[in-house]
Design a protein around this ligand. Structure first.
Ligand SMILES: Nc1ncnc2c1ncn2[C@@H]1O[C@H](COP(=O)(O)OP(=O)(O)O)[C@@H](O)[C@H]1O
Ligand SMILES: [Mg+2]
Length: 236
């Protein structure tokens, strides 16, 4: 993944603490285990959960809270409890992806009470959890979440749209099989504003396709700028 140093450092700390948890626990300390990832779509939150699982050789389980909601009050709570029972029994990385989906649900059904109940029971179960699993909650819309919720996590990690440095890294990495020596980066990078990591991945792919269809492996400045322009228009 292409990540700013500060972010990479914070994620490495999670890995380190998890790997050394025995040592930490011997001294009455607990490793960081409950993480909240917030930031715009396409900036690598889901990808990070999967990378953490890969690094720790743990299975990744994804839970969509929205999918747990049913019309029957007791049932939702029972399902959530079952998830936390699994967290306790089967060590893994458990990703509660897209909390914001709950927000969307709220405006559709107007069932604010039910959503709040689900979130509250989630938080209570999270707080009580003493398993060895890594629990990651991810959201694109932190403004939908109560600030009080942030305190229940060991770490809140904020993702941002890529700056020029990270943007260049993503493009170069994706275009590793192509000739990029001739690209005039100072004219390309100022045009990537507002694009996410996911958008830039697509840009690289488009530029690569253009080159291949042109019968070449050479990526041009014009090709990249055109692909970026198209993506920006599509993202709007
Ligand atoms: N930091 C990153 N470095 C490289 N590629 C990334 C990064 N973040 C996102 N991507 C690309 O964008 C895609 C979508 O990212 P994802 O993790 O699903 O974003 P989010 O969960 O934040 O919406 C990934 O599959 C990957 O191709
Ligand atoms: Mg995601």
């Amino acid at each position: 993944m292409a990540l700013p140093e500060v972010l990479a450092g914070r994620l490495n700390r999670v890995l380190l603490e998890h790997r050394q948890q025995k040592k930490l626990r011997e001294h009455g300390l607990s490793p960081r285990r409950k993480m909240l990832f917030i930031g715009p779509p396409g900036t690598g939150k889901t990808m990070t959960a999967s990378a953490l699982a890969g690094e720790l050789r743990l299975p990744l389980f994804t839970i969509l809270l929205e999918g747990l909601i049913t019309k029957f009050m007791g049932e939702t709570a029972a399902k959530l409890k079952a998830v936390f029972e699994a967290i306790r029994q089967t060590p893994g990385v458990y990703l509660f992806d897209e909390f914001d989906a709950l927000g969307a649900h709220r405006t559709q059904s107007n069932d604010v009470g039910e959503i709040r109940r689900v979130l509250n029971s989630f938080l209570q179960l999270l707080e009580k959890d003493e398993s060895k699993s890594l629990i990651v909650a991810a959201t694109n819309h932190p403004e939908l979440l109560d600030r009080a919720l942030f305190r229940r996590f060991d770490d809140v990690v904020e993702y941002e749209l890529p700056d020029a440095k990270v943007g260049r890294e993503i493009l170069l990495r994706k275009l590793a099989m192509f000739e990029t020596g001739g690209v005039d980066w100072p004219s390309v990078l100022p045009t990537i504003a507002e694009l996410s990591h996911a958008d830039l991945s697509r840009v690289a792919e488009e530029a690569a396709k253009m080159a291949v269809l042109d019968g070449s492996t050479r990526i041009t400045t014009g090709g990249l700028v055109a692909a970026i322009g198209e993506r920006r228009a599509a993202a709007r």
